[in-house]
Design a protein around this ligand. Structure first.
Ligand code: MN
Length: 131
């Protein structure tokens, strides 16, 4: 058993991977042989991830606010608290806050055999976001 007290810093999401203000709290960090990782992510209004894929997929669960998500080639979907989204392995997508609302989600995903959980692509432009 390993207890981690409330000592982990909240980390600012890298500008390489996010647009706008995004803050991440680690819920679960992979410890071999386990591959599970989880995070709670706070997005400021209009903040969002870049386009990306997850080799083993990802589940997000919205806890607060209003969010948006989109898979490549699909419509932009609005997300409310209690909504859960599963992104398929390899499915190119983004997720973030609505233009005028904060959004918080829990994210659950797994590392692949190379320790990779996410492959990052281009930023979501204002035009793509609809801002
Ligand atoms: Mn994702």
């Amino acid at each position: 058993m390993q207890i981690t007290r409330n000592t982990n810093a909240t980390n600012k999401g890298s500008a390489d991977w996010f647009t706008g203000d995004v803050w991440v709290d680690a819920i679960a960090a992979p410890a071999e042989p386990a591959r599970l990782q989880g995070g709670m992510v706070h997005f400021a209004p209009s903040a969002r991830t870049a386009w990306h894929t997850h080799p083993l997929g990802q589940t997000i669960y919205v806890t607060e606010g209003v969010g948006l998500c989109q898979r490549e080639g699909g419509p932009i979907e609005t997300l409310q608290p209690g909504d859960r989204v599963f992104f398929e392995p390899g499915e190119n997508h983004w997720h973030g806050a609505a233009p005028d609302r904060f959004m918080v989600h829990i994210a659950v995903l797994e590392n692949d055999e190379h320790g990779v959980s996410t492959t990052w692509g281009e930023h979501v432009t204002d035009e793509q976001y609809g801002a």
